[in-house]
Design a protein around this ligand. Structure first.
Ligand SMILES: Cc1cc2nc3c(=O)[nH]c(=O)nc-3n(C[C@H](O)[C@H](O)[C@H](O)COP(=O)(O)OP(=O)(O)OC[C@H]3O[C@@H](n4cnc5c(N)ncnc54)[C@H](O)[C@@H]3O)c2cc1C
Length: 710
């Protein structure tokens, strides 16, 4: 330890001396040019000594991570010329970098590794596997400062010799470009020399180098993943899309619109989860449930209330009728009419360019994975003894469960809990965490919980489902809780604890498509997997799992797949709205207040209570609020949460405002039809304005009016 501290003290002292004596002034372009002639003269007289001094000084600058390596490199070119300059700089910079790497390793590695053992195990496994390649790309593409790479790599377990030679090879091209630029600097004698073709070329090379290096790295990466596959000479398709849910349908639609040859493969039902087991059936069920609730509470409007007679199988018919009515939008016929080749069958990826379906192998230039997600089922002891429900098989239910336990307090769990309760089931909702809809602000969770409890739902938060047991033929869910285990009897158990990406069974494992920590397909900002011609969209890739985000991603993936050669677009997640369709609905775009606090983002908050809104009062829906977060001192919206009837629809105005930079002043200046719910948005903007009244000016205006009255 003492030795390490001594070394650290020496290094700090050397760095301090460098700044105290202002040695920085000598590592400056102007100084270099001013002294060019004397440097050259000294070099002519003492060639070996100059090279030796330069070499040692260069190593010291880089080993101590001092600023100035770039100027030193240019100086090397200016004094020694290209071949000798390149030779000297290449060795000096690699030795200096390796020394900095060793210093970081000696002083810091053990203590940092001890502290972050887990993280370093993962990093070192990565370094072992692909370290030289990543180092090579970091050296080739000068994205990160030279000294940062030395210091950080020193913390890993990479071998010193590997570090040395990979650095030297990786930096060679960049060094050559800079040394070459240095030789041209030496040639500037008059202002007119600046326009000389050689000088312009060397500067152009400086600018182009990072771009060319990036392309080279991309090319090398691509070669690496493709090396065990033979690329077909020609392709049947420009694009094959696997999965005809929201993401796949939109991808195929876009490809067909731009006249690409596209094949869409679906193994189950066109429309995917949203149409068949997700958004559409759940919203149809919610609507039926709302009618039941309105019948019970009709006396609010002077109509005799009745306890509705729920014919559950007829309710399910209504749900399936909604699916049937929407089905044509997503049908094979419609898509074939649009020019998409639709195949019904299970796709298996055989190579980056080959997909097998129904025994036939199709070739394609690009693939989009749009294979969606499935309900996650936690490993609860005894769960397999009962026919538990998930959002996949729920819609086949013909008999209404008298007692339903819903596992999960997220949006899907909440929507279905309330719907079944309103239809007459006795529902217990079990959530492991502290609150329902935990992504939203706490007041939202509280409001939803209170509403549920008023409607007769039993809400159990901080209850962890531990086991399913059957006693005398009666199934129970056993939940562990701080106050002891609870046994909840049920007729049906609905598992709604989240959704996991569909990533197995169709060739991704064999191919080596990388997955993220969340178990989704890992994609870059262009939605490419580690195979640059294979893209992923929607639930299989995340991070959002909504129909509209799947469709949004589809545009980026299909355009990047078909036209990425010319221009690629980064997927834009800046303004993503969503809604939970409980009653009241909860809709959000941008930051919640909690998120703003957690991320230390400054904000101002404005609230408008929907209980004050004329239309909501007339409709008997006078509850909820609009909460808007704005940038301090500005009317720019950075987040909006709406809780209330039709909140999902109301949110659109804030989505447009955030997307297109419309502030609250403009929203306030926009006419909203009276009496509509949309006025809530305008009134929220009014609240914002009211809180920022120009009080001083208004006191003068009051005086003016007093004077007018005489
Ligand atoms: C109950 C519930 C309610 C929901 N409500 C909403 C809501 O209100 N709003 C909202 O925005 N989102 C909602 N969602 C989420 C929404 O349904 C999904 O985000 C959306 O469907 C994702 O679309 P996708 O294209 O990624 O996948 P999916 O729609 O799941 O489509 C994937 C398709 O790929 C097919 N497939 C998979 N593997 C293969 C293979 N090897 N070969 C061929 N085909 C294959 C599958 O059969 C499937 O049809 C809800 C989800 C659920 C479960």
């Amino acid at each position: 330890m003492a030795r390490k501290l001594t070394l650290l003290a020496v290094i700090i002292a050397l760095i301090a001396l460098y700044f105290v004596f202002d040695l920085n002034q000598y590592l400056d372009l102007a100084f270099l040019q001013a002294q060019q002639a004397s440097f050259n003269a000294f070099y002519e007289a003492n060639q070996l000594l100059t090279i030796g001094l330069y070499f040692v000084f260069y190593i010291a600058v880089t080993a101590l991570s001092l600023p100035g390596a770039t100027i030193m490199t240019l100086a090397g070119g200016a004094v020694f010329g290209l071949p000798l300059g390149l030779l000297v700089v290449s060795f000096a910079s690699s030795i200096g970098a390796t020394l900095a790497f060793l210093v970081s390793r000696y002083i810091l590695r053990d203590s940092i590794e001890r502290r972050f053992r887990k993280q370093f195990e993962i990093i070192n496994a990565g370094v072992e596997k692909d370290g030289p390649f990543y180092l090579f790309t970091l050296r080739l593409v000068p994205l990160f400062p030279f000294f940062v790479i030395n210091l950080l790599m020193g913390l890993t377990r990479m071998k010193t010799w590997t570090y040395y030679w990979v650095s030297q090879v990786g930096m060679l091209a960049g060094t050559a470009v800079y040394v070459n630029a240095g030789t041209q600097l030496a040639a500037i004698e008059r202002v007119s020399d600046i326009g000389s073709p050689q000088l312009l070329l060397s500067f152009a090379l400086l600018g182009l180098f990072p771009l060319v290096a990036k392309k080279t790295v991309d090319f090398l990466k691509a070669r690496k993943v493709y090396k065990s596959y033979t690329r077909p000479a020609g392709f049947d398709n420009n694009l094959i899309v696997i999965g005809a849910g929201s993401g796949g349908l939109v991808s195929a639609y876009i490809a067909a619109t731009v006249n690409a040859k596209v094949t869409l493969i679906e193994k189950h039902r066109m429309g995917g989860d949203c149409l068949n087991t997700g958004c559409v059936p759940s919203k149809a069920l919610i609507r039926a449930a709302k009618t039941a609730k309105e019948m019970r509470q009709a006396d609010r409007f002077g109509i005799r209330p009745v306890e509705p007679e729920v014919d559950f199988s007829a309710v399910m018919n209504h749900v399936h009728q909604a699916i049937r009515d929407i089905e044509p939008h997503d049908s094979v016929e419609r898509y074939e009419g649009l020019g998409v080749n639709v195949i019904q069958g299970e796709a298996h990826i055989r190579s980056p360019w080959e997909v097998e379906v129904n025994g036939e192998v199709l070739t394609t230039k690009n693939i989009i994975l749009a294979t969606g997600a499935s309900p996650a089922v936690p490993p609860i002891k005894g769960l397999d003894q009962v026919d538990y429900l998930t959002s996949d098989n729920l819609w086949q239910l013909q008999e209404q469960p008298k007692r339903l336990v819903v596992l999960g307090g997220g949006p899907i769990g909440c929507e279905l809990t309330q719907a079944f309760a309103r239809l007459g089931s006795a529902v217990t909702q079990v959530e492991m965490g502290q609150r329902l809809v935990p992504r939203e602000d706490e007041e939202v969770s509280t409001h939803i919980r209170e509403t549920f409890e008023q409607e007769g739902i039993t809400v159990l938060t901080e209850h962890k489902a531990a086991e399913v047991v059957i006693e005398d033929g009666q199934p129970f869910l056993v939940c562990s809780h701080a106050d002891g285990d609870k046994h909840i009897p049920f007729d049906k158990l609905l598992v709604a604890v989240g959704r996991q990406a569909n990533v197995t069974g169709y060739g991704l494992e064999e191919l080596g498509v990388k997955l993220s920590d969340r178990g989704t397909v890992e994609v870059d900002p262009f939605l490419r997997t580690n195979f640059p011609n294979i893209f992923a969209v929607g639930d299989v890739a995340g991070p959002y799992q909504f129909t509209h985000t799947a469709a949004h991603m589809a545009w980026f993936a299909s355009v990047n797949a078909l036209f990425g050669k010319f221009k690629k677009f980064r997927v834009d997640y800046r303004v993503i709205p969503w809604a939970t369709f409980t009653d009241p609905e909860v809709a959000r775009v941008g930051l919640s207040e909690q998120e703003a606090r957690d991320q230390h983002i400054d904000y101002e908050v404005t609230r408008y209570g929907i209980d004050d809104l004329d239309r909501a009062i007339a409709d008997g829906e006078a509850r909820g609020w609009v909460k808007v977060l704005t940038e301090p001192g500005k009317d720019k919206v950075i987040g909006a949460t709406i809780v209330g009837t039709h909140a999902g629809d109301l949110l659109a105005e804030y989505v447009a405002a955030m997307k297109h930079g419309i502030g609250l002043n403009k929203m306030l200046g926009t006419i909203h039809t009276y009496p509509t719910l949309s006025e809530a948005n305008k009134f929220a903007a009014g609240e914002w304005k009211k809180a920022r009244k120009p009080e001083r000016l208004l006191s003068w205006v009051a005086r003016f009016h007093r004077w007018q009255r005489g």
